[in-house]
Ligand binder design. Structure first.
Ligand code: NAD
Length: 299
């Protein structure tokens, strides 16, 4: 297939490379020219505008930071909707608010371009390995057409429902994740302050009713697990600022739906405070530092 790819940063870069590896003709565009290098090095064509990247594309994929970027890339004077041919499929994999996702898709459909929201989980490692999970909001017919392409970048491709529901799934999952991480951080810090060994406490939680991914796969207390950000000074992983962005999407969407998100709002405030203190670039599990200044693990 001929693919136009807009936004080749930490996630989009490796995703685009996997499409090239699979033999597709891919043209990429990014406002940061340097970000094109690794994709062009892998065999893609580097374009100097959105229009040039999507000129002969059969499918256009975007992977941008947030809603304003998606609006400007799709609605701009020289943006995707202005430049794309009728019938070309559009897929946005950025994590954005469901309202914007539905608005962009409706305008695209209005001019004859079927569009899906398809945010991902799995992080940069999953993007490199082609093992992402895609949460897709699209009609069944469109889903059937894009699934084979998404399967080259991910191992689990799930249709969540119609337009916008991929974003709904993504922000609700991250709402659970943020709250559970804070819960684990709070409990681990309390346990250690009360005198229990952190490894013993984590072992108990992980075989009891407190077990969750934040505890058994991504424990925030240093020394409890190897190969997690807590074992390397909270570098790598999923940045606290990105988690803050996703919590903002969840609480904004909750406001529009008049739905209470009591713990989500508290989690957002905690991450905002952490970010304001200058820690936004650390992995989101570093939120434990709000409870234990310098948690001391066993390692
Ligand atoms: P990133 O900032 O590394 O990449 C975004 C890219 O978009 C950058 O290269 C940027 O230059 C480009 N861009 C911005 N505006 C543009 C424009 N107008 N035209 C063309 N290119 C433009 O971000 P990322 O880590 O790749 O994340 C992308 C999305 O995926 C975000 O919505 C993020 O929340 C989501 N996400 C990230 C992760 C992760 O672990 N990094 C995991 C899951 C989901």
């Amino acid at each position: 297939m001929r693919i136009g790819f807009i936004g080749v940063g930490n996630m989009g870069g490796p995703m685009a490379r996997n499409l090239v590896k699979a033999g597709h003709a891919l043209a990429a565009y990014d406002v940061v020219r340097g970000n094109l290098e690794s994709v062009v090095g892998a065999g893609a064509r580097g374009a100097d505008s959105i229009r040039a990247a999507i000129a002969d594309a059969e499918i256009v994929i975007t992977m941008l930071p947030s809603s304003p970027h998606v609006r400007s890339v799709y609605f701009g004077d020289d943006g995707v909707l202005a430049a794309v041919g009728r019938g070309v499929i559009l897929v946005d994999s950025s994590t954005i608010d469901p309202h914007t996702a539905r608005e962009v898709a409706a305008r695209a459909a209005g001019q004859g371009n079927p569009m899906a929201d398809a945010p991902v989980s799995g992080g940069t490692n999953g993007a490199e390995a082609g093992t992402l999970t895609f949460m897709v909001g699209a009609t069944e017919e469109l889903f059937a057409r894009i699934e084979p392409v998404l399967a080259l970048m991910g191992k689990k491709i799930v249709r969540c429902g119609d337009s916008g529901t991929g974003q709904v799934a993504k922000i609700c999952n991250n709402l659970v994740l943020a709250i559970s991480m804070i819960g684990v951080a709070e409990a681990m810090s309390l346990g250690v302050a009360l005198g229990i060994d952190p490894g013993v406490l984590a072992g108990i939680v992980n075989s009891s009713s407190g077990r969750c991914w934040s505890s058994d796969s991504y424990n925030p207390f240093p020394g409890v697990m190897a190969n997690v950000p807590a074992a390397r000074g909270y570098t790598g992983g999923f940045g606290a600022d990105l988690m803050l962005k996703d919590l903002g999407l969840a609480t904004d969407a909750a406001k529009q739906a008049r739905q209470p998100v009591v713990l989500g709002a508290a989690a957002e405030q905690l991450y905002r405070l952490f970010s304001a203190q200058g820690h936004g670039a650390l992995d989101f599990s570093a939120i434990i530092q709000m409870f234990t200044k310098e948690p001391k693990g066993q390692a």
